[in-house]
Design a protein around this ligand. Structure first.
Ligand code: ZN
Length: 325
């Protein structure tokens, strides 16, 4: 029996022990209930292959598919004062924050990066709804300002993916102050003549829709995304009336002139490349998956044939460009 324990069992184990844990292999669609194979789902941009339902994704999952060869570099965001109000509900705010950081492995609810999309250099920022409901606090404000400053510095367009439950109540009025702050950041892009494109994902609500998420040059939403200031339940309770079908969903807002496009995530990258290049006055790009840009091609200071660049920008330390994940 030795050959069974020594040979057959290890072979069987090696066949079945994959890197994925069993519960991650199959995912049930929230919308239609279909059981989807995880790899099939991730290969389809986390869009249900049966009904087209868009699953919530993290900024990294999004950026892996957005950038050429999945290569991008994080832009540093200044860390704000932690817990300025000594806020406490059932838990202390710093404890809540630490738990979220540990669970998600991210510093905060927004990730800012630079990279190339269809060989078009851009700055991108994405909000993480899975991190404390993507709530807009001082960090998110800092992230948007950092993204806008980076865009102006490198003369690149900014693409922002919004997803938020609103302002972060643990930071009280300081979170509300991010509305004017981010509005000023968007104005910086406008003054620099740079495109600012907002992709609204499910759900984008509260103070975020009252500021940077609705100030884009172009507004694209993912199908079925809830986009609103006050949610449908609050409105129904206030006006005591039944709201129409699909109220505040992306398609409804498109019909009522609040959005420019509703685009499936599977086509989002190509569409963003087309729109960005059109706004920048560049020729149409190569579509489809591209390998990462050559390391030599990445440094910003070399990329743009700008003679009139101020001296301090010519000395841009572009060598510090290191790929993340
Ligand atoms: Zn489905």
């Amino acid at each position: 029996m030795n050959w069974i324990t020594n040979y057959v069992r290890p072979r069987i184990n090696s066949i079945f022990s994959r890197r994925e844990v069993p519960e991650n292999l199959w995912v049930k669609c929230d919308a239609c209930g279909t059981m989807l194979f995880h790899r099939e789902l991730s290969g389809n941009h986390y869009v249900c292959t049966n009904c087209g339902h868009h699953f919530g994704i993290t900024p990294r999952q999004r950026f892996d598919r957005l950038f050429d060869g999945g290569l991008y570099t994080e832009v540093e965001v200044p860390i704000p004062e932690p817990d300025p109000l000594q806020f406490r509900d059932q838990k202390r705010y710093p404890d809540r924050m630490k738990a979220a950081q540990k669970e998600k492995g991210e510093a905060e609810a927004m990730l800012v990066v630079r990279g190339e999309m269809g060989r078009t250099p851009i700055i991108a920022a994405a909000q993480d709804f899975s991190f404390m409901a993507g709530s807009m606090g001082m960090y998110v404000g800092n992230a948007i300002i950092a993204a806008a400053e980076e865009a102006v510095k490198l003369h690149r367009p900014l693409i922002l993916f919004s997803a938020a439950g609103g302002a972060r109540m643990q930071e009280g009025i300081l979170s509300l102050m991010q509305m004017p702050r981010t509005t000023v950041a968007v104005q910086m892009l406008r003054e620099a003549g740079l495109p600012y494109i907002v992709v609204l994902t499910h759900p984008t609500t509260g103070g975020v829709t009252a500021s940077y998420a609705m100030l884009g040059d172009v507004h694209i939403a993912e199908p079925g995304a809830l986009i609103c200031f006050a949610g449908p339940r609050v409105i129904e309770q206030t006006i005591r009336e039944k709201l129409p079908e699909g109220f505040q969903r992306a398609e409804y807002l498109l019909d009522h002139g609040m959005l420019d496009r509703v685009t499936s995530r599977t086509e989002m990258r190509d569409e963003l490349i087309t729109i960005t290049r059109m706004l920048l006055g560049l020729p149409p790009a190569i579509k489809g998956d591209l390998p990462p840009p050559q390391p030599e091609a990445e440094p910003e200071a070399v990329r743009e044939p700008e003679k009139a660049r101020p001296p301090e920008r010519a000395e841009e330390p572009a060598a510090a460009e290191t790929p993340t994940e």
